[in-house]
Design a binder for this molecule. Structure first.
Ligand code: AHR
Length: 495
């Protein structure tokens, strides 16, 4: 007997317009993410465009437009941008301090920008606070964004980009509480002020992102940044946090308890957002909200070692968890301005996997492609009535079986609903209704597999892939049975 679930969408009070950056990506020279994942100039056997793997470009084009964060991660705080421009043969080779091996700088600023242009993405550069200087990051911004003519913009032109690169998002460091320098909130606030002051003068239009951490760290950071220096309030646009789910055991050989542990842990994101929302309200100017950026998130399983570039296989479990997170971001799109999974290729929660000449899409890719149908719509509140899940040991509870997000175009003629059944083994008989509106017709796409640990690989690249599925429209709403551990995307016509 399926569990009963009812989703009611409130169409009259939009949460916010959904920005494309809400569903973004992140790349770092870590494992096979940048080198081999994207940059394959030294592999003539792999189809490529200007040194970049065609498969990755095509796949990311399907997910765009969105932002792509680079060059880290922890690597950002060791990257000196001058080492990644100019003649590739002259670029220095350095130890990759965080992820092992060597950094050749073959993929530097211009290669990154070419990559963003090819996939239609907005660049999001994370600057070096941990080992760089204020002047170095200020010059990087001038090099990228200024019209010129200055010595730096002339250098950019000589390196192939006459027009400004228009980098809109700038992160001032990464995890500066840890790999970015082990700074206290007060130490980081002092650094942030110096960096942001100069960056604002070079290009006042860029969106500056401070590297946050826990709610308490963020409180101390904002206290130091804003309360103690009222005039530095204008230096901050957004605060970034990261959230990994690490309690789910092995990537593929996981138990029912592990499955529910991952699902339950992913709900911590909701708590992060609620805390940030409450905190930011105390510090922001009501006419200019502080945005929350969640620029690293996802599952991090026990067998994803540094020596193997944090590679893990992403299964239907990861897809269910990711879809729930993307629903959460959509539901908080008045506060969450940008998110990027960690990371786009091979690393942790990735959308593309590669192994030499082979490349394939993961179940997470399909979730992203489904959810991006929300972009440009108004996010709408969903009221969900469904059972809570019990954990594998029968004890956890408190995790709603269904997660959902909904949106509609501004005229309310068409809507999109993403619904996730988190139950590991039971289907859900799910109805969806739009309050005060009537569903005229509906189509659905379903990502579902026989077992939660099924994944794609080089031998079976399309094993987990969404397919169109039937959905009943009656009484102005829709109804469908959601299989266990599945993700459904409904597109509806409304009157
Ligand atoms: O995403 C992998 C790593 O995890 C990033 O480099 C770092 O910022 C985080 O701790």
């Amino acid at each position: 007997m399926p569990q009963q679930a009812r989703i009611t969408v409130e169409a009259s009070h939009p949460i916010a317009r959904i920005r494309p950056e809400l569903y973004s990506q992140f790349i770092e020279p870590l494992g096979k993410c940048v080198y081999e994942g994207i940059w394959v100039a030294d592999r003539p056997d792999i189809p490529q465009e200007n040194g970049m793997r065609t498969f990755a470009l095509d796949a990311l084009r399907r997910l765009g437009p969105a932002a792509v964060r680079w060059p880290g991660g922890c690597f950002a705080d060791q990257h000196h941008w001058r080492e990644g421009i100019g003649d590739p043969a002259q670029r220095p080779v350095r130890l990759n301090l965080w992820w092992g091996g060597f950094e050749t700088h073959a993929f530097g600023t211009h290669e990154y920008f070419d990559f963003c242009e090819r996939i239609g993405a907005f660049p999001y550069i994370c600057g070096n606070v941990g080992s760089g200087t204020v002047a170095e990051m200020r010059d990087w911004l001038e090099y990228c964004n200024a019209e010129g003519p200055t010595t730096l913009t002339e250098e950019r032109r000589k390196n192939g980009s006459a027009k400004p690169l228009g980098v809109r998002f700038w992160g001032v460091g990464n995890e500066n509480y840890g790999c970015g320098g082990h700074m206290s909130p007060a130490d980081y606030a002092a650094e942030y002020r110096k960096f942001a002051t100069q960056l604002r003068r070079v290009d006042p239009s860029v969106e500056l992102i401070a590297a946050g951490y826990t709610a308490e760290y963020n409180r101390k950071l904002l206290e130091a940044l804003i309360t103690e220096r009222e005039q530095s309030r204008e230096l901050i646009d957004h605060v970034a946090v990261h959230r990994f789910f690490r309690t789910g055991g092995h990537d593929v050989e996981f138990s029912e308890e592990d499955y529910y542990s991952s699902v339950a842990e992913s709900l911590l994101l909701d708590g992060d957002i609620v805390k940030a929302d409450g905190l930011f309200k105390n510090y922001e100017d009501p006419s200019k909200r502080i945005g929350l950026v969640i620029d690293e998130w996802g599952t991090w399983h026990s067998n994803a070692p540094r020596d193997d570039g944090l590679f893990q296989r992403n299964t239907m479990r990861d897809a269910v968890v990711a879809a729930g997170c993307l629903n959460t971001f959509t539901n908080w799109s008045q506060r969450v301005v940008l998110t990027s999974t960690a990371q786009a290729i091979n690393v942790l929660t990735h959308v593309i996997a590669v192994d030499g000449r082979h490349a394939w899409l993961t179940p997470i890719f399909h979730v992203f492609e489904m959810v991006r149908n929300h972009v440009g719509n108004d996010a709408l509140t969903t009221n969900i009535v469904c059972p809570d899940l019990a954990g594998g040991d029968g004890s956890s509870g408190g995790v709603p079986q269904i997660s959902a997000s909904a949106s509609a175009d501004p005229e309310r003629r068409a809507g999109v609903v993403c619904a996730v059944n988190r139950h590991i083994s039971e289907p859900a008989d799910c109805t969806v209704a739009f309050a005060d509106l009537s569903v005229q017709s509906a189509s659905a796409s379903l990502l579902s597999e026989s077992a939660p640990n099924v994944f794609n690989d080089a031998a079976n690249p399309d094993r987990v892939t969404p397919s169109p599925t039937g959905v009943d429209v009656d009484n102005g709403g829709l109804r469908m049975e959601l299989p266990p551990h599945s993700v459904a995307l409904f597109s509806v016509e409304l009157t």
